[in-house]
Design a protein around this ligand. Structure first.
Ligand SMILES: [Zn+2]
Length: 140
């Protein structure tokens, strides 16, 4: 009888939502299509995906290798290891697929002065409302 190598449960122990699934020994997003185990239950496989594979394949250095080799993730997109960073002023920047950087909207507070960097007045207004709400300051 088949037994999950992680939790030790067999098919007779499973509820209808837990079944045996394909476990890729090396994550699929690293190009592994053939090295698989078939004695891992869906629940354990999901936990591995969330708590192990996800952190590993999204590590910046692993992403750089995936990007360099053109290894697509499950979404079919080649990852960009440099999607987010900081500029010389310490502000967060994002980079799109064409490597065009944009400043991540943010609020700077220095004493009674608040400086907002946002892509539109509408976004800036929402950001300031949220900031005032957190500080318990009436909007007007
Ligand atoms: Zn299991």
């Amino acid at each position: 009888m088949k037994k999950c190598i992680f939790c030790g449960k067999t098919e007779t122990d499973f509820d209808k939502n837990n079944i045996f699934t394909e476990e890729h020994i090396i994550p699929q997003s690293l190009g592994n299509e053939t090295l698989k185990l078939f004695n891992v239950c869906k629940r354990c496989n999901s936990g591995l995906g969330t708590y192990v594979d996800n952190y590993f394949v999204n590590n910046m250095f692993v992403k750089m290798i995936r990007q360099n080799l053109g290894l697509k993730g499950q979404s079919g997109v080649i990852p960009n290891a440099f999607t987010e960073g900081k500029n010389k002023d310490g502000h967060r920047i994002r980079v799109d697929e064409n490597f065009h950087p944009t400043l991540v909207p943010h609020i700077e507070q220095s004493g009674n002065t608040i400086k907002i960097n946002a892509p539109s007045k509408k976004t800036a207004k929402k950001m300031i409302q949220k900031k005032f709400s957190r500080l318990n300051i009436p909007e007007k």
